[in-house]
Structures are given as structure tokens and as C-alpha cells.
Design a protein around this ligand. Sequence first.
Ligand code: NAP
Length: 271
Amino acid sequence: MPADPVPGTGHAPTPGPGSNRPHVLILGGTTEARRLAESLTAAGAGAPYRVTTSLAGRVTSPALPPGETRIGGFGGPAGLAAWITTHRVTHLIDATHPFAERMSFNAAEAAALSGVPLLALRRPGWSPGPGDRWHFADSLAEAAALLPDLGSRAFLTTGRMGLHSFAHLTEPWFLVRSVDPPEGAVPPHLEVLLARGPFTLPDERDLLTHHRIDVLVTKDSGGSATAPKLTAAREAGIPVLVVRRPPVPAGVPQAASVAEALRRLDYDQPR
Ligand code: NAP
């Protein structure tokens, strides 16, 4: 197989002795995608799979996972299907963020077009526990409509891409935490904290206290453990506005953890 350039990274993958190994394409951008790539490449040249992780290119300096990487959109489902065929991908894993709705539907359509099996690696959502004061919204726009009744100093952790949904809110003060600076329309009373997780419970407690936060806004990103920000909000007795997950494509097999995805891959591995 020819060595294709890796868009956006300036280097080419090395076609090794295992270039006829099964080829796993991981649609990434999450911690789980990175862990999966780490596990699948742990044996180095002796690993049973060739692994490529695809990133959307939203973050300026992404932490690249091991294995091969490519960065940028494919040009819709047909483009992804063409990439799969050209690069002899044998397994497609949608390990994108639960809120990357379009890419998950693209993956399902591309898998159908190319005939390659698709597995969605989707971490479980969060559930409220005793002492939690959660309110739910079906979208960022609905969250923005509910927010003014819940608090006036909001810790907004829904990511910089959706900030425009809150831009018309002139009364609340917002603390926004993101990896890169926000672009486009933002609310007028805003402080930006540039930081990359994971964050600890003591960090989150300090942050809520220091900024006198009285409402937390989050997507139901989920994960194996309760996020420290949710625990800190419960301890502080402040309400949490949770944006529910978007729909997922029907009929796609799912794994809830990296371990489960690895088990399924072994099972699927051509023999
Ligand atoms: P999206 O709305 O579902 O996707 C928009 C377009 O971005 C897709 O149509 C695709 O372009 C491209 N794209 C998305 N993920 C890609 C990937 N892994 N590799 C190559 N192209 C990709 O996605 P999004 O919500 O903007 O998220 C973008 C990326 O950030 C995802 O990879 C996701 O895992 C990560 N992320 C998202 C969130 C979130 O809250 N949405 C949070 C953390 C991380 P083409 O149609 O041209 O192929």
C-alpha cells in the first residue's frame, strides 16, 4: 500500500511489514479514541492491526495518538467511504464525542456504502445522584433559554463552538473554559479560562468558589466516573443545566468502554 501524506501533519505514515494487516480507522477527538489507539498499537511493529486515527482539526495543537494520523474532514459520507476503500480499511470505529452528531451519521452511511463493519465507542451518559439539582435541555439553544432563571454567574463548559447560542444573553456573567480561545459571537460578560483537562475535584471546588459560580452548564458528555465539576456543583448546592445527547444512528453496534471495543475487535478480527 502506498504511503499517503498525512494531511496537516507534514509527515507520511511508514508502510511497515504489517501493511497487509487489518486496518482500523478510528474517528477520534476523545480520550477513549486515544486510549483505543494506544492499546491497539502497544505491541509496536508486532501489533495485529494497522491503526489510523482521524481528527477533525478543531484544536490548534492536538495531542496526536500513536499509530498513523490524518487531520481534517473527508467531505461527507461519500468522501469517508472513498477513503475507507482507498486505504483498505477493514474496521471503522466511531470514537467521536457523543455530541459530534454529524460525524456519527456520516460514519454509519460510509460504513453502509463501503461494506466495512462499524462499531461506535460511546461512553455512558451521566445520571444525577442524591443531592444533585439537575435541569435538562435538549439543545444549547434551550439551555440558553432556561439559564437566566437558574443563576447569574454561569460556569459554561459546553465548549467554545456553541458559544453563539448564549451570545444574546446580556445579563448573566459567564466563565468559559476551553482549550482554544472562542471565535465568533460570545456573550458580552465573559471571562475565558484556557485549559485542557482532566481537572481535579479540588480544582473545580476552588474555581466555583473563586468565581462565585451559581450555575453550571454542561453537555452530558459522560464517562466512566462522575466528572469532578458535577461533584463540586453538588457539594456547593448549585444547579446544573445538562444538555441531553443528540440522537445516534440506529442499528450501529456500540461499545461502552475501550475494553469492550477491544474485545469486539478481537472477535471480529479476520483469521
Ligand atoms: P460534527 O459536527 O459531528 O462534524 C462536523 C464535520 O467535521 C463532519 O461532517 C466531518 O467533516 C468533520 N469531522 C468531525 N469529526 C471528525 C473526525 N474525527 N475526523 C475527520 N473529520 C471529522 O463534529 P463536531 O461536533 O464539530 O466535533 C469535531 C470533533 O471534535 C470530533 O472529532 C469530536 O470527537 C471532537 N469533539 C467534539 C465535541 C463536541 O462537543 N461536539 C467535544 C469534544 C471533542 P466531513 O463531513 O467533511 O468529513
